[in-house]
Design a protein around this ligand. Structure first.
Ligand code: PLP
Length: 471
């Protein structure tokens, strides 16, 4: 690939020439005319560009790189697997690594989940979860074939394929494909304490109102037509690390139980240790019937994701046709499984989830000290090493910047300029699916206190400079 030196668009980043990939690329990039920084390698928490400049990966990509980059132990495990069995046609065979990974996952739920299903992306995991839920109602005795619907939440993201996109409430990503999307998904309000604060409700009143809204939605569409209620326990990309208020998920599960529907948790972004426990549901006092996992399963070393189903679901299959009518050429991929197993072994042996908790507390304190009073920082929220910063035009009223201002995207692009050299993950649409900006900080689990100070100081400088430039 040709590498050229050009100047980037923002004022500050224009002060430094950056090494980027040739804009006339053969790659169908997301933005065809955008210039992308070209990576040479990854090393721990740093990404190294072709010109040798280091960028601190404070978001681990899209909250993926949970043990950092370039870990030779994972490379070795994946290569060993590739040299033994690189591919497995799961219609005929299984492999030890796939069996071992699924057993590890099932054991990690302390007996709640019965089986695991390994795929290659979060979107595939969500598609499989939808089909598992639908087929469950055909397998159970007596079967309930009328159950074809799903209820999810506004301002949510569950993937980019047609089924998973249909489930999500991400306006921008859905808009152009609306005529292709499924019409058997409806949505209720998310649980978003920061944006609800202006109503003056107690947590309990808020929970009661949202439970009543879900109940009404079940009644509106017909309680016996719904397969599942689908939600992210801590909302990642769509809202920016938003946890529900205490008691919310228990109340939602009670509504699902009332109508005999399943509860599906999408833990693709928030799961596998990211929020301070291996499974995000461990902090909610509820266990979903089906859960999806993704990013921090393989930490980016291989494309690997998964679905876990509990005994209620699997028992129906056992007693029914004992066949899940679904499958991908690359499901249960041995190299993906080997990489994931090694990543999970490292997380366990190095007590990294404890570090997530400890470093997350420190990061939250430092962020609040440094930018808590900034007039354009509306909220700092999160759990574990999963922190969102929401930007507002008016702190007192929470008024967002308009979508056209691209505040979050421009902050994250400016962060890549040499004087900051930090990667943060941008997101928009927190208010109504269009307006409202946030960035996500989700560094690797093995960061140090010094790394936390670096992130907080650099992000503070970035935010101060960005808004000072605009004033
Ligand atoms: N679900 C959630 C909560 C996600 O954050 C994402 C991706 O960001 C997905 C599903 C889709 O995963 P993938 O991009 O691997 O298909």
């Amino acid at each position: 690939m040709t590498v050229v030196k050009v100047e980037t668009q923002t004022d500050r980043s224009a002060q430094v020439a950056q090494v980027i990939a040739e804009p006339k690329s053969a790659v169908l990039h997301r933005h065809l005319h955008h210039s992308f920084l070209s990576l040479a390698r990854g090393q721990g928490s740093n990404l190294i560009l072709q010109d040798g400049r280091k960028i601190f990966d404070a978001s681990g990509g899209a909250a993926v790189a949970c043990i950092g980059h370039g870990d030779g132990r994972v490379v070795k495990a994946a290569m060993k697997q590739m040299s033994e069995v690189a591919y497995c046609a799961t219609i005929f065979y299984t492999t030890n690594v796939c069996e071992e990974l699924c057993q590890f996952l099932v054991n990690s739920t302390r007996g709640h989940m019965a089986r695991a299903y390994i795929v290659n992306s979060g979107s595939e995991a969500m598609e499989a979860a939808m089909k598992l839920a639908r087929q469950y109602f055909l397998e159970k005795s007596p079967p309930e074939p009328r159950r074809t619907r799903f209820i999810s939440r506004d301002q949510s993201y569950h993937g980019i394929t047609i089924g998973s996109l249909s489930m999500g409430g991400h306006k921008y990503r859905r808009e152009k494909f609306q005529p292709l999307l499924l019409d058997n998904v409806s949505r209720v309000s998310p649980c978003f304490p920061y944006r609800n604060q202006y109503r003056g409700e107690s947590d309990q009143q808020y929970v009661d109102r949202l439970a009543a809204e879900l109940d009404e939605e079940f009644q509106r569409v017909g309680g016996d037509t719904v397969c599942a209620f689908v939600a992210e326990p801590v909302v990642g990309a769509a809202l920016g690390c938003v946890s529900a208020v205490p008691g919310y998920f228990k109340a939602m599960q009670a509504v699902c139980d009332k109508y005999g529907a399943l509860l599906i948790f999408d833990e693709v972004m928030s799961g596998m240790g990211r929020t301070g426990t291996l499974h995000a549901w461990e902090q909610e006092g509820v266990v979903p019937d089906i859960q999806t996992i993704g990013k921090c399963l393989g930490g980016g070393y291989q494309p690997v994701a998964g679905v876990l189903a509990n005994h209620r679901v699997m028992d129906a299959f056992e007693k029914g046709t004992a066949t899940f009518v679904h499958g991908h050429t690359y499901q249960g991929h041995p190299v993906g499984c080997a990489a994931a197993l090694e990543v999970q072994r490292i997380i366990k042996e190095e007590n990294l989830i404890q570090n997530v908790d400890k470093m997350g507390c420190l990061l939250s304190q430092l962020l609040r000290q440094r930018i808590g009073n900034h007039p354009n920082v509306g909220d700092i929220r999160g759990r574990g090493l999963f922190w969102g910063i929401e930007f507002v035009a008016d702190k007192a009223t929470g008024t967002p910047f308009p979508a056209q201002a691209h505040v979050a995207m421009e902050i994250s692009e400016m962060g890549l300029a040499e004087m900051y050299s930090i990667a943060v993950y941008p997101g928009s649409g927190t208010v109504d699916g269009a307006n409202g900006d946030h960035i996500i900080l989700s560094p690797p689990y093995n960061v140090s206190a010094e790394d936390m100070r670096f992130i907080a100081d650099t992000v503070a400088r970035l935010i101060e400079d960005f808004f000072a430039d605009r004033a």
